[in-house]
Design a protein around this ligand. Structure first.
Ligand SMILES: O=c1ccn([C@@H]2O[C@H](COP(=O)(O)OP(=O)(O)O[C@H]3O[C@H](CO)[C@@H](O)[C@H](O)[C@H]3O)[C@@H](O)[C@H]2O)c(=O)[nH]1
Ligand SMILES: [Mn+2]
Length: 727
């Protein structure tokens, strides 16, 4: 093999596949035995709870079966960036970077600035980078912050290149305590100067955001501020495209281009949330730089590894197989999360376990951020037949300076009528009609025959912020789940769409996620029915003395053991698994059912599913509790009611079990043993909820209204159950 033909990456299958597949077979036999038991031992009387529990078990079994798709062939990939440099250093392709922001309050402009700077300073030929920021908030504050960033970039970018800085997000870099130690005097002086400049800029931006008004003196420094002279409101404004940093050569250094885009918004004109924003950027960038590759980032995700783009190119430019990859996805990584990850926001299962599993099929799902696409792929092309975007101007000369004529054209491309009667959002660009535009887009890309690659460099490529309290986490997952449900009930439902075009494994993986909303049915049923049955002295599980008891023991314990081992092998701890499990239960009884209701409402045309932007800020007391890993309830959110109610009901059923034991001795509870175990487990796992309701006094405790309401619902549920059995 010529050295130029060496692959730029390799793929390893996870070892022990025989063991995991063998276990799956045994477990499957166990499930069949359970079905046999449930059917043949169905009671004559009081069979309703039995059927409910059976149905729930079938639900769990189905999800389990889908989950095997992730376990079938997990792979890990390694890249060779040195080979890439050797072969392609001078031919690295241009990349357009898209950054989305939507709200200067929930998404502080300073975060956007850090994200932008971290990418402008990327270790990649500077003249090949262009960065486009989409501001759906249409905010002068964000524009101002970016204007500051553009000036700071002129010093920051050369500094990073000159000293080969690894951490190119200034905020993260300057908080590294040892960055300037043991370095030359020259470096130390420059470092000091830059740090001061950065702190001053940060102070200016934050105080401007606080007052909400950009100072007159600043507004005179860039023509772009004039766009805001005619009173702009969030949902009603013209399109704004402004160039903040021109790609020119400045004192021997090239700068990447930085462009601010705020698309037109008009009342009554659907803007399709983030998908709409990205499609505008696809068009505007086609006009200005038209790079063949596009990196999408959220404003809360900075580049943590300055070689991330090179890592991605190792797949996309691989001489043998590169042409088949439509995109390269990096796992979403988060910083600032507490040690045991109280709210399971690392999404470890998704990104460290399932991500590798799906990579063994056609490849990972696009998750909206930290992903490098081929432009052609986003423009609807197929691997065999790469078509150009349907933008008349795409063939404009690329390197030319952005004249006012180009800017004018760009504002037209960002207008809200541009997409009327076009294929945008249907065949071209990011797909519309679903709040998880990313998953839907990924699925259609896979179905067009593209593969994708999962790139997991040692040093996290991109790092972002996760929600910092329970309510935000639940709302975020509600949106995600509702979006996935939208896919499930659309024509792109993975159980019916793409047959013959993608592997069954891949469709199972997508199907697994799309069923999150539905899975609340069996989670709720398992959380409620056995507990209520205990209360009514009805047994829905075998007695300890029965051999069938062993079957239940095997099915539950081995599934848990498998889960824990998988989690720990992916680098988690047992305690964070326990937290993850709790969050699974809470989401399953809160985010999922609410998402299901929302999804059904949309189906019936009652209401739309909205994109609620998650907040990335926290007050100081709450921040303290967060650090101590104490659950944050605080707000009176309906999201808390179902998990709180279920925990209370299980607690009551435990008490009732104990009373029955005291009154009737062991025989009275013999048939209830599994139910009591299950209830104890639910109460143990949900203990922070009970604590929040009955034992805490701080501001983060469960609001009294929610506690009262949950107690009421629990009381009603218990008495209804008792009434039914009495008659
Ligand atoms: O109308 C909108 C709404 C949102 N956004 C941007 O979308 C991004 C994601 O929003 P965020 O509130 O941070 O949601 P997350 O729950 O963090 O988003 C996850 O889920 C989304 C939907 O699947 C993906 O698009 C994201 O990349 C992924 O991080 C942010 O940069 C927003 O600025 C817009 O540009 N316009
Ligand atoms: Mn986010």
């Amino acid at each position: 093999m010529e050295s130029t033909d060496f692959p730029l990456y390799t793929t390893f299958e996870k070892p022990c596949l025989k063991i995991t597949r063998g276990f799956a077979c045994i477990y499957f036999t166990g499930i069949l035995a359970l079905v046999f038991y449930r059917i043949s031992y169905m009671p004559r009387e009081d069979y309703f709870p039995w059927i409910m529990v059976f149905a729930a078990e079938l639900g769990f079994a189905f999800i389990w079966a889908l989950e095997q798709a992730f376990r079938w062939r997990p792979v890990t990939r390694y890249t060779f960036p040195e080979r890439l440099s050797e072969r392609f250093e001078n031919d690295l392709p241009p990349v357009d970077i898209f950054i989305c922001t939507a709200d200067p309050i929930r998404e502080p402009p300073m975060n956007v600035v850090d994200t932008v700077l971290s990418t402008l300073a990327h270790d990649y030929p500077t003249e090949k980078l262009s960065c486009y920021v989409s501001d759906d908030g249409g905010s002068a504050l964000t524009f101002y912050a970016l204007f500051e960033a553009s000036m700071f970039a002129k010093i920051w970018v050369p500094f990073c290149h000159k000293y080969f800085i690894q951490q190119r997000c200034p905020d993260a870099y300057f908080s590294e305590s040892d960055a300037h130690q043991n370095k030359s005097l020259l470096f130390a002086t420059e470092w000091e100067k830059l740090k001061t400049m950065y702190e001053e800029m940060k102070h200016r931006i934050n105080s401007t955001v606080e007052t909400g008004i950009v100072p007159e003196a600043m507004r005179n420094r860039h023509d772009g501020f004039r766009e805001w002279s005619s009173g702009i409101t969030l949902g009603d404004h013209h399109s704004i495209v402004q160039i903040l940093l021109e790609k020119g050569k400045d004192g021997g250094v090239y700068f990447p281009r930085l462009v601010y885009v705020s698309r037109e918004k008009r009342p009554g004109c659907p803007h399709n949330f983030k998908a709409g924003a990205l499609n505008v950027l696809i068009r505007v960038s086609a006009l200005m730089s038209n790079a063949p590759f596009i990196l999408t980032l959220d404003c809360d995700m900075y580049a943590n590894n300055c070689k991330a783009l090179r890592e991605a190119m190792c797949f996309l430019m691989d001489p043998q197989t590169g042409h088949q990859f439509g995109y390269v996805q990096f796992p979403q990584r988060f910083h600032g999360i507490t040690k045991y990850d109280l709210y399971a926001n690392h999404l470890k299962r998704i990104f460290d376990i399932q991500g590798k599993g799906i990579d063994g099929a056609e490849g990972p799902i696009y998750v909206g951020t930290g992903c490098v696409h081929r432009r052609d792929v986003l423009c609807g092309s197929e691997p065999q037949n790469v078509i150009k975007a349907s933008i008349e101007s795409a063939n404009l000369e690329v390197e030319k300076e952005c004249s006012s004529e180009i800017l004018n054209k760009a504002t037209t491309l960002a207008s809200c009528t541009y997409e009327e009667n076009s294929l945008w959002g249907k065949k071209v660009g990011i797909m519309y009609g679903c709040v998880v535009e990313d998953v839907l887009t990924a699925f259609t890309i896979h179905c067009r025959g593209w593969k994708s690659a999962y790139c997991t460099p040692q040093r996290n490529a991109f790092q972002g912020r996760a929600p910092l309290n329970l309510n935000d986490t639940l709302i975020q997952h509600k949106r995600l789940t509702a979006g996935l449900f939208e896919i499930f009930v659309s024509k792109f439902c993975p159980f019916v769409y793409g047959i013959g075009r993608v592997s069954i494994t891949l469709r199972m993986c997508y199907g697994y996620y799309c069923l999150w909303a539905m899975s609340c049915l069996h989670i709720l049923s398992y959380g409620l029915v056995p507990a209520l049955s205990t209360l009514c002295a009805i047994s829905v599980f075998p007695q300890i003395s029965s051999p069938w008891f062993l079957l239940f023991g095997f099915l539950s314990l081995s599934a848990y053991a498998y889960n824990i081992v998988e989690f720990v092998m992916a680098g988690g701890s047992v305690k964070s698994w326990w937290n993850e499990h709790r969050m699974w239960a809470i989401k399953g009884t809160s985010s999922y059912p609410f998402a299901l209701i929302q999804g059904l409402c949309k189906l019936m045309g009652i209401s739309e599913v909205g994109f609620e932007v998650t907040s990335k800020v926290l007050d100081s007391e709450a921040a303290k509790r967060y650090k101590e890993e104490i659950f944050e309830f605080g707000v009176a959110s309906v999201m808390f009611i179902p998990p709180a109610t279920i925990t209370i009901i299980n607690f009551i059923s435990l008490l009732s079990g104990m009373t029955q034991f005291v009154r009737g001795g062991y025989p009275a509870v013999e048939g209830m043993f599994v139910q009591l175990m299950l209830s104890s487990f639910i109460v143990m796992n949900g203990f922070p909820i009970l604590e929040g309701m009955f034992m805490r006094t701080d501001k983060g405790r469960m609001p009294t209204s929610i506690t009262m309401f949950s107690i009421m619902v629990a009381a009603v549920a218990c008495s209804v159950a008792l009434q039914i059995t009495l008659y």
